[in-house]
Design a protein around this ligand. Structure first.
Ligand code: TYD
Ligand code: MG
Length: 450
């Protein structure tokens, strides 16, 4: 048999016949790793057997789910864990993955799901120590410290648990691949065998994956394709907030987030995240604007902070934390082209408070308001929320769930809102609404700029 592509890019998973310093698929450097020919699922083909086929109208019962009782986790999973499903929990080292999963394991186990926690990174004594600190020592979770996948699978075959947690996939190794633990070949082979076990025995499997500085799951992006659900655990070091985000889910929506706060006694669920994200808000200041956002099914108010200052550099800086840099460039271009407000010669910094990442286009208008407020040195009224999408023409577009956003704003004591015209008018809920058709209305009307 001819040897197939033997080098896999650990960043994007592209296969290459030859080694090269740079992956020509994604452009990453030093990411190509050799994969042995016998790695991976496809070894010598066996004679096939006929598989049963069925019609499209076959009766399908919804998969029964196991809920942990941690609402912030269950929501992101789509209502709980589906038996036989494979979940990847990815995040930076030290972000709190082991803590979260030990807490989740205890909750699942306490609700009668037989749960095994395999640690390849820490000795059992260390995990027990963490359990004591989290006051979970009494939970009926069974613990193993092992990195040899064959021994783990033999144990699982004998025990047939409802849930197994593998912490982490990078520490596990199998004979099915020649390369070192943590290499792409190993991680792929381990993930393949564990997901196959999950399907075969109906055991839910949660794999922990560390991500690298570049935000990629070390070793394999490919694991993302092999599992049913991918969750990212995010947060800024030095901030106590942690966000659990669904980025892929075969059994539920992917736009849900779970919000947690790190405490000395582990992760605490935050049922009303708006309060938390606004808790650090100081006095009214230029550049500070509260965006009324929606994450999944939940409204979420968050503070945006902008700083605009004359630049000493030929090329002004554009620095964004928690939002899309390309989108910021677009808003700056629209402000200049449609409102006549230039940002040339000015450094622009934009920050989403609390370490949250926002992807909604509905944040456009709030970003524009923060930029204008910072540029003009004029604070926006402290009790105002802003939301709306901006088009390239400078027109404002209504966004979804206007009522939910307004309701959350009122609940948290805001008294007015700036939003686009059009869409369903809906009740204002007692808020004073300023509806605008054009970005120029905000620039000229609210800030007297342009
Ligand atoms: P850990 O769960 O070990 O992170 P990961 O498995 O992602 O590498 O957590 C890292 C450290 O933070 C650990 O020393 C425990 C501490 N920690 C807390 O004190 N409280 C918390 O709520 C969390 C999540 C972590
Ligand atoms: Mg860990």
């Amino acid at each position: 048999m001819a040897k197939a592509a033997a080098f896999i890019c650990s960043a994007c998973g592209a296969a290459h016949a030859k080694w090269a310093g740079r992956c020509d698929a994604c452009g990453a450097w030093n990411t190509l790793q050799e994969e042995s020919a016998k790695a991976g699922p496809g070894r010598a083909p066996k004679a096939g057997r006929a598989i049963p086929l069925s019609g499209l109208d076959a009766e399908e019962r919804p998969a029964p789910r196991a809920a942990s009782g941690m609402a912030e986790l269950d929501r992101v999973l789509g209502g709980g864990l589906v038996p036989g499903s494979a979940v990847l929990l990815a995040g930076d080292p030290g972000i709190g993955k082991s803590t979260l999963l030990l807490q989740a394991a205890a909750r699942f186990a306490a609700r009668g799901l037989s749960t095994i926690y395999i640690s390849g990174e820490e000795a059992s004594a260390q995990v027990r120590m963490r359990a004591r600190r989290l006051e979970l020592s009494d939970a009926p979770v069974r613990l193993g410290a092992e990195t040899a996948l064959s021994d783990i699978l033999a144990t699982l075959e004998a025990e047939r648990p409802g849930l197994v947690i593998i912490d982490s996939i990078q520490t596990m190794w199998t004979d099915a691949a020649d390369s070192a633990p943590g290499s792409v070949g190993q991680v792929r082979a381990v993930a393949h065998q564990l997901t196959a076990f999950a399907k075969r025995r109906g055991t839910a499997v949660i794999l922990v994956g560390h991500v690298t500085k570049e935000g990629q799951i070390a070793g394999p992006r490919v694991v993302e394709h092999m599992v049913d659900t991918v969750l990212h655990f995010e947060g800024e070091r030095g901030h106590q907030f942690r966000i659990l985000r669904g980025v892929k889910n075969r059994f539920g929506a992917t736009d849900e987030i779970g919000v947690f706060e790190m405490t000395g006694a582990g992760l605490a669920e935050i049922g009303n995240p708006s309060e938390l994200f606004l808790s650090e808000r100081g006095q009214p200041a230029p550049g500070s604007v509260v965006f009324a956002g929606i994450e999944g099914s939940r409204p979420l108010l968050v503070e945006l902070q902008a700083l605009v200052a004359p630049t000493p550099h030929a090329q002004p800086r554009r620095t964004v934390v928690g939002w899309d840099g390309g989108r910021l460039a677009m808003i700056l271009a629209v402000l200049e082209a449609r409102c006549g407000i230039p940002f040339a010669g000015l450094d622009v910094y934009l920050n989403v408070a609390g370490g949250l990442k926002i992807a909604e286009p509905a944040a456009d208008l709030a970003v524009a308001a923060a930029l204008l407020s910072a540029r003009e040195g004029e604070p926006l009224a402290h009790d105002t929320v802003v939301f709306g999408e901006i088009s390239l023409s400078g027109a404002l577009r209504p966004v979804s769930q206007t009522e939910n956003r307004l309701k959350e704003a009122r609940k948290l004591g805001f008294t007015s809102a700036i939003l686009p015209e059009g869409g369903k008018p809906g009740p204002s809920g007692g808020l004073e609404l300023t509806r605008m058709g054009q970005l120029a209305d905000l620039a000229g009307g609210t800030f007297g700029a342009g």
